[in-house]
Design a protein around this ligand. Structure first.
Ligand code: PHB
Length: 399
């Protein structure tokens, strides 16, 4: 038997994505010890292109908890979006409708800010580990892993948090008879590109058309992020720049609006699905972020939900270590799932309202346009979208 190095912590966190690192950061500020382990390297995470919209609550947390204020200086505040259909654009004015905004600030930047903050604060974050496993999540949890240098560890912790992404290993430690998976597959995916071009519009454009959905987003002053709906089996290699731009033009241009085009510097197909794994707690194991739920990107909710989970979980740990009360831990799953299901609905609704299913008939299209008109033509319809997109208010204690 090889001798494992035994180490201890209060909260062991699997996964150094935004959820895991944010939790570790909040715990540190409250004097609670944590160790984060991650199978990917720091460079691999920082190099993955992810979505880019932060709710105002996520921004406030990043700034107020001292992670970084780079989001305010380098991100872009967006006070609305455009819904485009039937060749016309309709602005949803978040600020006017619900008094809130979102920030365009890519998830990769959130990761870099959190990783830098944890490093500056002396946080114990170990990237590139292998052979991870967790034993005894019900009583005395221990996390086993091997570091990049080959040294094997056993990490004993009061609690284990699985923030280990959509293919979570941690959730498999919840016995099958105790867990449930809700799942919805969609008959389409997104073809995503990065293009070397200035932006085409000030705000994001969510476009519905006979040929399917397109989203015009942004990255920097000279790089833009755009997507169009495609089949899940689409192969990026079959799409050269001319074909890609022809597809975008046919879905978005018209009535005097033209996309600014440029060389495509990255292209990928992103399949998507909705899933929820319940409960989000079993014994001393807690799930957070994509490990417990995934949403299609149309509602821009994935990262924001993950951050909401760990905010609720942090408060539960803080109450436990401060007052030895398990009240927050006991209600974590229910409290987190409340927002998860609202976000599931919103993401599903945006997806269904804006995409064109492969077998859409005339009735479907006409009804869908009726749905879009009923949203943009009503202050109440617009306000639901605005409130959900910018992030529902978080219930305060007792309220
Ligand atoms: C992005 O910029 O990548 C992005 C923005 C909004 C979405 C999805 C992705 O709804």
């Amino acid at each position: 038997m090889t001798a494992r190095k035994i180490i201890t912590t209060q909260v062991a966190i699997l996964g150094a994505g935004p959820a895991g690192l944010m939790l570790s950061h909040l715990l540190f500020r409250a004097g609670i010890d944590s160790t984060v382990i991650e199978v990917r390297t720091e460079e691999a995470i920082a190099g993955t292109v992810r979505a880019g919209i932060l709710e105002h609550g996520t921004v406030r947390l990043l700034v107020d908890s001292g992670v970084s204020d780079r989001v305010l200086t380098q991100g872009d505040r967006h006070d609305g979006i455009e819904l485009r259909f039937d060749g016309e654009s309709h602005r949803i004015d978040f600020k006017e409708l619900v008094g809130e905004s979102v920030w365009l600030y890519p998830q990769t930047e959130v990761f870099k800010d959190l990783a830098a903050r944890r490093r500056a604060d002396g946080g114990d974050v170990r990237y590139g580990v292998t052979d991870t496993s967790v034993v005894d999540v019900e009583n005395r949890p221990r996390v086993r892993f091997t570091e990049a240098d080959g040294v094997e560890y056993e990490l004993a912790a009061d609690f284990v948090v699985g923030a280990d992404g959509s293919r979570s290993q941690c959730r498999s430690y919840i016995p099958e008879r105790h867990r449930r998976r809700y799942f919805h597959a969609y008959p389409y995916a997104w073809f995503g590109i990065l293009a070397q071009a200035p932006r085409s519009a000030d705000e994001l454009i969510y476009a519905n058309s006979d040929r399917g959905f397109a989203l015009i987003s942004q990255r920097t002053h000279d790089v833009q992020r755009m997507y169009f709906q495609c089949g899940p089996a689409e192969n990026p290699a079959d799409w050269d720049d001319d074909r890609i731009w022809a597809e975008f033009r046919s879905r978005v241009n018209g009535n005097g609006f033209e996309l600014v085009e440029g060389p495509v510097i990255d292209k990928m197909v992103l399949p998507f699905r909705s899933s929820v794994h319940t409960p989000m707690r079993h014994g001393k194991l807690f799930l957070a972020g994509d490990a417990a739920h995934t949403v299609p990107p149309t509602g821009a909710k994935g990262l924001n939900l993950a951050i909401h989970d760990v905010t609720v979980l942090f408060e539960a740990f803080d109450l436990y270590y401060g007052q030895r009360s398990t009240a927050g831990l006991d209600t974590y799953s229910t409290a987190a799932l409340d927002r998860v299901w609202k976000a599931q609905h919103f993401s599903y609704w945006m997806t269904a309202m804006l995409h064109t299913p492969p077998a859409a008939d005339d009735f479907f299209r006409a009804r869908q346009l009726g749905e879009l008109r009923s949203v943009v033509g009503s202050r109440h319809g617009q306000a639901y979208l605005a409130e959900a997109y910018t992030g529902w208010p978080t219930p305060t204690a007792g309220g």
